[in-house]
Design a protein around this ligand. Sequence first.
Ligand code: NAD
Length: 482
Amino acid sequence: MNNIPTVMILFGGSGDLAHRKIYPALFNLYRRNVIHDNFAVIGTARRPWSHEYLREQVAQAVHESWEEVDEAQLTEFASHFYYQSHDVTNVEHYVTLKQLAQELDERYECGGNRIFYMAMAPSFFGTIAEHIADQHLTGTGFNRLVVEKPFGTDLASAEVLNQQIRNSFAEDQVFRIDHYLGKEMVQNILPLRFGNSLFKRIWNADAVKNVQVTLAERLGVEARGDYYNNSGALRDMVQNHIMQIITLLAMPEPKDLSDKAIHAAKEDLLASLVIPDEKAVSENIIRGQYLGTETTFEYVKEPNVAEDSKTETYVAGRLEFSKGPLAGVPVYFRTGKEMREKKTRVDVVFKDEAGLYGDKAKTNVLTIEIDPVNQVYFRLNGKIVAGGDLRLERFRYRYSEDEQAEVPDGYERLIHDVFVNDSTNFTKWEELKQYWRFVDAVEAAWQKQNAAGEKPVKYRPYGMGPDTSKILADPEDGWIYK
Ligand code: NAD
């Protein structure tokens, strides 16, 4: 689809996300003709910027992200941007915003189509949604709402927010962003599973021993202590990115590749997510907090973090589903800050079959590396050259440098999908609800542990976090990614 007529209203137009991700993504969509003559973007924030200043910011953001830029094209693109100083808590400002949107709609012949993008602090999402409704900001064409994460801080607050949004938007008009779903190798999970008879046939509890998902971050909380201390690793990473990756790994085969069928399969699976009780949390979930080094702070010494903070900067756990192809198979996950290196990967570990070669034949593992490199490999046994013994080999597929350069940024892909109304790679309410149920159960158990004087385990930076052997039913194999 080309030149999709739209007025986009961007809440948080002076923010970091808009600058680093949204403006460069929109420019590339403009270069690709997805949007072209008939679009306008209204950037809003509190600062008193002019249209001209916003356009300069947009141009700067584009230059920071793209090496080769046609200046005339960039000037033309930026001329579609308008700035509206707007305090999202002030009702009157929505009236001005509505007028500007209508004016631009006519000028650019946008057919009453609107995309609202909430790219600001989540505490404002509900207020914005309510004022979009009570000031009737929606247009006469299509109306879509893009919401950043986090969507709520627990199930109860997510429900309130969802209700506020539903006053103006139906579920199929809401695009909840999880930028991991825009990543190349995350989008490759279903093709790998269902496009290969080899994997399709063995993706079940008979053949799969366990699944391991790692999302490691190299850095600490840096300047985000304030936000992070109220969130922690479980809410910040597991509730969304890790859960979505696990869902793609464990869901049943969808009827077809439509967004509806894919979400239906996800919902089917998630209804069977086993919600842990207190005992299961204490047995299966480990939380940690990083220590300092000579040059970095210990977590509890970071700016804006209380000295007695029990917020986890690391979490590892084991969960399972009672239905679906991997029913009963342990799914291990872990994520943390201040770890050895930045890495997101999945290891699907297959069962050992003590056959002719006994112990000499090692476990088969399918590894999907999501960050920082896009690659997939399969570990299998073969014979050594000119000898009879076995050795482990890797079948690997990796993109060439040219292909790698073509991989679009996750944000560009997802914003594109909003324009073309494809909600496959967004989080639906039913999915989100189940993720929060799981997270809430863990948080509640941790609250009790805190009251009993228990604390997160301290771990040293540059490693793989605290000892997790207690949650691994098979500590012999342990984590494939050591
Ligand atoms: P930011 O603090 O850089 O920007 C916030 C924006 O909101 C600014 O434009 C600010 O002027 C505006 N704002 C604040 N109070 C306002 C008010 N009362 N009225 C009108 N405007 C107001 O935040 P960010 O990093 O751009 O993050 C925005 C959202 O995107 C958050 O939900 C965040 O969780 C999410 N997100 C950000 C990133 C990232 O890389 N920055 C990544 C993933 C998700």
